[in-house]
Each structure stands twice: as structure tokens, then as C-alpha cells.
Design a protein around this ligand. Structure first.
Ligand SMILES: C[S@@+](CC[C@H](N)C(=O)[O-])C[C@H]1O[C@@H](n2cnc3c(N)ncnc32)[C@H](O)[C@@H]1O
Length: 224
């Protein structure tokens, strides 16, 4: 982000706009659309490897995972590019810090976290920023810290795809996918070692978008 608060990358700007437009609709659907069982499994995988208490939920959306981490006794920082999403996590009794932030340009001191959790948010980072973003996460983690990425590959070999109607008609968002091996190479290049790779699937899988683009979700945990 530059000093005027505008995002210089046009894709990040477009995705921020797309998510800003759906904040109210997403809140309306929050009790029906959230796949609790899928998220529970992914958080468990992360928690199995987490050693400290300080967790960054990067691209937190409405913050269900942030709430679950806080209920688990963790010190949670919830970050998203759309601050309207923080409404449900800001009121007491939750002790969650919320930060409006582009996750490709994080604004924390080195070593601030023991774990960083990205669920379906890294896929919105443009490919040319994905390596530098992983390196930035490595710097934010304390020694022994862990990074979770809930990501997506395309069996059709796509490197990117567009969601045309993000929750509402004519609301395009850009997404980027990587085969697990490519993500592993980026993690290694940034100084991470791979700790786990899983292929958990959401209950509604495959969605029409997954079929169209050959999308296969996967999850990685990497350690610093
Ligand atoms: C598919 S949603 C996932 C939200 C949440 N992690 C969950 O699983 O419910 C993607 C989230 O990433 C956020 N996002 C997209 N691009 C971002 C960026 N560059 N920086 C921070 N957040 C971003 C969106 O605003 C949205 O909340």
C-alpha cells in the first residue's frame, strides 16, 4: 500500500473492490455458507505443528478461524484488505486485534508471530508477488514458527482463473493457483521446510467453479 492508502497493484485493487462489494451479503450468509467441518480439519492440522501463541490469520474474511483460534487461547491478529469484515470479531469478549492490510505487504515487525494462517487468501495474491509474499511471512515468523497455506491447484494446468460472480452477479475476482511442488519450491527458497501436505476437501466439492477450472484444494504446513 502507498501512503495515500491506495493499492498500487491493479489485481489487488480489483480483488479488494470485489470483496468490499460483498461484505453485507457475506454477513447475511455467514450462518449457512461457512463449511465448519472443513475449516476445523485445516485448523487442527495447523495447531498440530504450532508451538507458540501468537497467530496471524492473514486474509481472515469474517474471522471464523480467528474466533476459533482465540477460543483455543491463542493471541490472534486478524488481517484483511477489507476492514468491513471485522465487524463480528471486534466486540468483547473476543480479544482479537484486527488490522486492515494487504497481505502481500504486511506491516509487522520481524519475528512477531509463532504461526501464520492463510485459508483461501494466498490464492488472491498475483503470481509475481507470491514468492516475495512468502519471504515476507518468513521474516514475520519467530524461529520455529509455522506457516499454513490452504491453497489450490488446477488439474487443467491453469496458473490463474477469474471468479466472474463473487457472491453477486458481475463481481469479478482474480485467483492464482500453484501445483504443490511449485509452492514447495517457493517455500524452500524462502527458507521454509515442508512439514505436511494434505488434500482435505470442502463438503460441497467440487463447486461449478472447481469443475470449470479443474481446481483441487490442498493444504501445506511449513516450518521456519
Ligand atoms: C476466500 S476469502 C477467505 C476468507 C477466510 N480466510 C475464510 O476462510 O473464511 C479470501 C479473503 O482474502 C481477502 N484478501 C484478498 N486479497 C487480499 C490481500 N491482498 N490482502 C489481504 N486480504 C486479502 C479477502 O478480502 C477475503 O476476505
Amino acid at each position: 500500500m502507498n501512503h495515500s492508502g491506495k493499492h498500487s497493484n491493479p489485481i489487488i485493487r480489483q480483488n479488494r473492490q470485489a470483496y468490499s462489494r460483498i461484505a453485507a451479503e457475506w454477513l447475511r450468509r455467514r450462518d449457512t455458507d461457512f463449511d465448519h467441518a472443513f475449516h476445523d480439519r485445516c485448523r487442527e492440522l495447523f495447531l498440530k505443528h504450532l508451538k507458540g501463541r501468537r497467530v496471524l490469520d492473514a486474509g481472515c474474511g469474517l474471522g471464523f478461524d480467528s474466533l476459533a483460534f482465540a477460543a483455543h487461547g491463542l493471541a490472534v491478529t486478524a488481517a484483511d484488505i477489507v476492514p468491513e469484515f471485522f465487524a463480528g470479531i471486534q466486540s468483547p469478549p473476543h480479544e482479537i486485534s484486527s488490522v486492515a492490510m494487504d497481505i502481500s505487504a504486511p506491516c509487522f515487525r520481524d519475528g512477531s508471530f509463532d504461526g501464520i494462517y492463510l485459508f483461501a487468501s494466498f490464492l488472491h495474491i498475483p503470481r509475481d508477488l507470491s514468492g516475495p509474499t512468502i519471504s515476507a511471512f518468513e521474516r514475520l515468523l519467530a524461529p520455529g514458527g509455522v506457516l499454513f497455506i490452504g491453497h489450490v491447484n488446477s488439474d487443467k494446468g491453469l496458473t490463474e482463473y477469474q471468479v466472474d460472480n463473487l457472491l453477486i452477479e458481475n463481481n469479478p475476482a482474480q485467483c492464482f493457483c500453484h501445483p504443490p511442488r511449485e509452492l514447495e519450491s517457493m517455500l524452500n527458497a524462502a527458507g521454509f521446510a515442508l512439514l505436511a501436505v494434505e488434500q482435505y476437501r470442502p463438503a460441497q466439492y467440487p463447486s461449478p467453479c472447481a469443475v470449470q477450472n479443474g481446481l483441487a484444494p490442498y493444504q501445506v504446513v511449513a516450518g521456519k
